[in-house]
Design a protein around this ligand. Structure first.
Ligand SMILES: Nc1nc2c(ncn2[C@@H]2O[C@H](COP(=O)(O)OP(=O)(O)O)[C@@H](O)[C@H]2O)c(=O)[nH]1
Ligand SMILES: [Mg+2]
Length: 328
């Protein structure tokens, strides 16, 4: 399946496209899979294990290290306890049960970008400062352009000149049109002009970058609410997507900081950035629970091509990918 949700799955053919992201996930989840490999091997270093309290506690401790949360880790532990109680378990069987359970916990329908019925698809991108918004926009832009779409970017993070500059560099490099404003100008007016330009050019996609540093919850609500209203007047149903960008390395604190953005922008999905900087790939589970939003894409590096459409099966496979000496 491509980046757009065309509401018409291309027969059974979407499996091939999904497979294409496995390599990106493997690279992005290298730290997570290395941690899991080492710890799981340690667990079985003296051979098969009796499934007793010691074993179950050790397994629980490993699972919790991936940031999946104590609840899900306990569910997986209890499943192994129920299936193998007081018997010996081989490493391969333990791994398979953990993978099966993780897949169940992470399962969600693949969620590409919701496309406008007609006219440009407008995507609003929000999140805390430094979470990876601008970089994720560059990555999405590259995916759209690769699919043959024309993209207009709106630099509505007018707080910092550097932010506009960063988006401008990406736009030039990737071949997207960019609309900017004066420093400190009204972000909603930049968003308005960007959407107007997208309509004028008959572009396929318009992506609006926003500021991650806002003084108060009230100003956040006001600013993002105003941007939404302005865009909605130009194109009915716009923004078609409001994407919350989360930093996978930020921990529980960073995640709760993002809640305000999610609410203020009435978000429709998540881009989980910087999974490559973290050994905590299990964080997808608490994130999904906390925000009740689909994880649409995962950022696996700083380059424009380092973005993968989230797919639970490939993600779990990559968490447990094996590493051999010398392999990168
Ligand atoms: N390793 C890694 N770094 C990332 C990723 N996404 C963003 N970054 C880096 O995180 C920093 C902040 O990103 P930026 O897009 O400017 O965040 P913004 O303030 O939310 O717009 C930059 O140095 C990016 O290169 C990612 O998926 N992996
Ligand atoms: Mg930015």
């Amino acid at each position: 399946m491509g980046i757009f949700d065309r509401k018409k799955p291309d027969k059974a053919g979407d499996k091939t496209a999904q497979g294409g992201f496995l390599g990106l996930f493997k690279r992005g989840l290298e730290k997570t899979s290395q941690l899991l490999q080492t710890d799981v091997r340690d667990l079985f270093k003296e051979g098969d294990r009796l499934v007793d309290d010691d074993f179950l506690n050790e397994l629980f401790a490993i699972l919790v290290k991936t940031d999946m949360g104590a609840g899900p880790a306990a569910e997986i532990r209890d499943k192994i306890k129920a299936d193998f109680r007081s018997r010996k378990i081989e490493m391969a069987d333990a791994l398979q049960t953990v993978k099966d359970q993780l897949l169940e916990l992470m399962q969600q329908p693949e969620a590409p970008i919701d496309r406008a019925a007609s006219g440009p698809t407008v995507i609003l991108v929000v999140g805390v400062n430094g979470s990876g918004k601008t970089t994720s926009i560059a990555k999405l832009t590259k995916m759209f352009i690769n699919e043959g779409s024309q993209v207009v970017l709106g630099a509505a993070d007018t707080f910092r000149a550097a932010a506009v500059q960063q988006l401008t560099i990406w736009a030039e490099r990737l071949g997207a049109e960019i609309v900017k404003g004066e420093p400190s100008s009204d972000p909603a007016s930049v968003a308005h002009r960007a959407v107007a330009r997208a309509i004028e050019l008959n572009a396929d996609v318009c992506i609006i970058d926003t500021a991650g540093r806002l003084q108060t919850q009230t100003s956040l609500m006001q600013e993002l609410g105003k941007i939404r209203r302005v865009i909605g007047k130009q194109i009915p149903d716009a923004p078609h997507e409001a994407i919350l960008v989360l930093d996978a390395t930020a921990g529980q604190n960073g995640i709760s900081q993002a809640r305000g953005f999610s609410e203020a922008a009435d978000c429709s999905g998540i881009v989980l950035a910087k999974i490559d900087g973290s050994a905590k790939g299990g964080v997808v589970i608490p994130i999904r629970r906390e925000f009740n939003l689909p994880v649409k894409f995962v950022g696996v590096g700083e380059q424009a091509e380092d973005l993968a459409l989230f797919n639970a099966h490939d993600f779990v496979e990559a968490m447990f990918a094996e590493h051999f000496a010398g392999q990168r």
